[in-house]
Structures are given as structure tokens and as C-alpha cells.
Write a protein that binds this ligand. Structure first.
Ligand SMILES: N[C@@H](CCC(=O)N[C@@H](CS)C(=O)NCC(=O)O)C(=O)O
Length: 300
């Protein structure tokens, strides 16, 4: 492959899932594994050019690879009996649910930009939601939402762009017109892809084939990396929480391997699972499958 990429040296370890509320923290290697065609070089300083993402931004990717490589200890979810945090006190808070794929998009963005200190996570238990969330924070009463500069904004696709543009850290959006146009198309299609895949859950699995073929074709457009725009971007972040769920559910319930005959998608899944900021947001696969079964198989 004619691309350079990044990952942490620890990424070859077995996939782990967030150890929520854990009292043990795993400390991992500070080195960055930079992958060249047929070469692996361990380096803590090397910087890679990222086509289409601008020269000045390339330097940030060393930070991206190392930031978040320690497992973050996650706070327990706020419930109906929890007091609210001191809302509008000047802190930046990201309200999420650990199980919500829309919230996961924003959580990943925060992680890969290295904003763990700057943006506090406030997990909400959606099944036992505190009333102050709707009353004081976000009248839509959904997650994700972001409290920043005395206002609260929502909608995951808006939020990932907002965080990328308003905060420090590696740029996750391209700066060349062809990639920008493709990024916008893929982001706007993510809802239809989701509809198409989940509506197939109750019927024939082949009905979802067109959606996965669309993804496979999209992944073939830029050859300079395994991601949608070649290099890792907000588009990968927007799709990752959903593809994670589709793959697990379809394999378990329908015995359908979405990567079969789709080598680009297979490679994408392998690569995205090496991104530490994403790994830290993953749920236990069994829990994901169970929740999708409850949600989508009730009438089957
Ligand atoms: N379009 C929204 C969807 C967010 C959403 O549906 N979140 C769900 C959890 S995954 C939620 O908060 N549901 C609570 C409710 O609808 O009352 C986004 O992209 O942020």
C-alpha cells in the first residue's frame, strides 16, 4: 500500500473495551509506530505528510497517536437521583450515553484530538434520565450535547465538526476541494445507510448489501490510505460506531459477514480498531449484540 499511517505500538495487542469505572489503569508505550510500505519504524518524533489534510496539520498526528493511549477511567453514568454538575460554570462538558452510537462519534472526536482534559465527559443513563438534563442542559433531552462557552449544542454530525474546528488538536477534516466534497457526501449519506441496514434486520440480509457495497466503493476512492478519505477523518468517526454494530449483529444473528468479498471494508475495520481514541469508546460486543437484538428483533 502506498500510504503512511499511524497507530500506537500497543495497537497490536488484543482489542480491549473500555474498563468503565475501573481502578486500574494500563500504561502503554509512548512510541508511535509509523507504517511505511513494507516497513515498520518505531519513532516518537517522526511526522508524516497527510495528503489532502494540509502540511501544517501533519505534525499533530504524532499527538493523536500517543494521546489517549492510557485507558481513561470513565465516570459512572448520572441517573435520576444524581445531582447535576455545575452547569454553565465555564467548563466544557460533553453529555453522552456510553451506549449511544451518535454520542460515540463525538466522544471519539474528543479523544483523537487529545481533548480529554479540556472536555469533561458527563455520561447520562438514558433509561433512568435525570430530569435536570432536559430542564437545565438540553431541552431536546437527547445525547450527545456539548456545553461550551455558555451554550449547549447538539446533533452528532454538527458536533464533530464543531469540536474539530473550535478546539486544538489534529485536523480531522480535509482541506482540498475533492476530499471536502466527498466528505460532505458521505456524512450526509450516513443516515440513509443506517436506515437501509437496520431495515434489513427484519427481512432478508441481502437487502443491506447495497449499503455495504456503497461503503466498499467509497473506500476505494482515495488510494493513499485505508480510510474513507485516504487518511483518518471525521467521516471514519461518523461511520465507525455504526459499522461496529452492524458487523457484530449481522455476524451473530444472520451469520452474515459484511467483510466477505469486501476487502476495503475488511481493511478499514482492521485499521480503525487500531485507533486508540476509538478503541476506548467501544462497548462489549456481547452487550451491543444484545441491545440490537432487543431493539430490532422484537417482532421477528
Ligand atoms: N440526530 C441525533 C440523534 C441522537 C439520538 O437519537 N440519541 C439517542 C440515544 S442513541 C437519544 O438521546 N435518545 C433519547 C430520546 O430520544 O429520548 C444526533 O445525531 O445526535
Amino acid at each position: 500500500m502506498s500510504y503512511s499511517s499511524f497507530t500506537t505500538a500497543s495497537s497490536s495487542s488484543p482489542l480491549t473495551y473500555p474498563r468503565k469505572f475501573s481502578d486500574s489503569i494500563s500504561f502503554s508505550n509512548k512510541f508511535v509506530l509509523i507504517r511505511f510500505p513494507k516497513t515498520h519504524i518505531l519513532s516518537s518524533t517522526k511526522i508524516q505528510q497527510k495528503p489532502g489534510f494540509g502540511r501544517s496539520k501533519a505534525a499533530h498526528f504524532t499527538t493523536m497517536a500517543t494521546t489517549g493511549s492510557n485507558q481513561e477511567v470513565l465516570p459512572p453514568a448520572f441517573t435520576s437521583t444524581s445531582d447535576p454538575p455545575p452547569v454553565f460554570d465555564g467548563n466544557t462538558r460533553l453529555y453522552i450515553s456510553y451506549q449511544c452510537p451518535y454520542a460515540q462519534r463525538v466522544w471519539i472526536t474528543r479523544n483523537v484530538k487529545g481533548l480529554q482534559e479540556k472536555i469533561q465527559l458527563v455520561p447520562i443513563d438514558l433509561k433512568d434520565r435525570p430530569s435536570w438534563y432536559k430542564e437545565k442542559v438540553y431541552p431536546d433531552n437527547k445525547v450527545p450535547s456539548l456545553e461550551h462557552n455558555n451554550k449547549v449544542i447538539g446533533e452528532s454530525l454538527d458536533l464533530i465538526k464543531y469540536i474539530d474546528s473550535q478546539f486544538k488538536g489534529p485536523s480531522l477534516f480535509p482541506d482540498d476541494p475533492a476530499r471536502i466534497e466527498f466528505a460532505e457526501e458521505l456524512l450526509s449519506q450516513s443516515g440513509s445507510v443506517h436506515k437501509s441496514v437496520t431495515s434489513s434486520f427484519k427481512g432478508e440480509v441481502e437487502e443491506s448489501g447495497a449499503a455495504f457495497d456503497y461503503i466498499e466503493t467509497a473506500l476505494s476512492k482515495f488510494e493513499d490510505g485505508p480510510f474513507f478519505l485516504g487518511q483518518f477523518s471525521l467521516v471514519d468517526i461518523a461511520y465507525a460506531p455504526f459499522i461496529e454494530r452492524y458487523q457484530l449483529f449481522l455476524l451473530d444473528v444472520k451469520k452474515y459477514d459484511i467483510t466477505e468479498g469486501r476487502p476495503k471494508l475488511k481493511a478499514w475495520i482492521e485499521e480503525i480498531n487500531k485507533i486508540e481514541g476509538y478503541r476506548q469508546t467501544r462497548n462489549d460486543p456481547k452487550e451491543l449484540v444484545e441491545s440490537y437484538k432487543k431493539r430490532f428483533l422484537v417482532q421477528v
